[in-house]
Every structure is written in C-alpha cells, then in structure tokens.
Design a protein. Structure first.
Length: 113
C-alpha cells in the first residue's frame, strides 16, 4: 500500500513498531504521573498546599501525555481545526472546573460559622 504523504509503498509492520513504542512510552509516563500524586497523598510527604500543587501539575502533564502519545496530537503538525477544538475544550473545562471551585469555596465561606 502506498503512503498518502510520501508516495512510498510500505507494509503495515513498518508503522506498528513506532506506534507500539509510542503507546508504551505514553503508558509508562501515564502510570508514573498517576503514581506520584498517589504516593504524595498516601505518605503525607508534603504539606496540603504543596500536595495540591503536585496533583495539579501531574494532572496537566497527564493531559499533555495523553494528547501526544495516545491521540498523536502535537502543536506543529496538527491542522488548525484540531487545535481550535482542543483550545475550545480546554476553555470549557477551565470554566466548569473553575466555576465548581468558585461555588464550593463560596459555599464554604457562607457555611462557616
């Protein structure tokens, strides 16, 4: 079969090794980025504020790992429509999560005696 961008014929096995390698790297990074916050919370290794920062940073890195290694999206070769969809989804998530935190903190202040 001919590759659509290069015009060269290739077998399905040529890309499977690179794809499997990419998935394995992504899986290992995802497991590490999941284990770090669990370890920090389970062992109480840091103060609560620092723990929240570690969880937040790990979550952002986890999103980037998933975009790069599982969805194979990067910001150099992805069409503008895909990047626009990612930015729109990120804005919606930011509004929903930020609004949820705003409501929870406001309720906490109102309920505090």
């Amino acid at each position: 079969m001919e590759h659509p961008t290069t015009g060269h014929a290739n077998s399905g096995h040529a890309n499977s090794g690179h794809g499997l390698r990419s998935y394995l790297i992504g899986f290992v990074l995802a497991v590490i980025l999941t284990a770090i916050p669990f370890y920090v919370v389970f062992t109480h290794a840091m103060p609560p504020q620092s723990t929240m920062v570690v969880i937040g940073v790990a979550a952002i890195l986890q999103i980037l790992v998933h975009l790069r290694f599982f969805l194979h999206l990067n910001f150099t070769s992805t069409p503008k429509e895909n990047l626009l969809a990612i930015v729109f989804a990120a804005v919606l998530i930011f509004i929903m999560v930020g609004g949820s935190f705003w409501i929870m903190f406001d309720l906490h202040q109102r309920m505090a005696v």
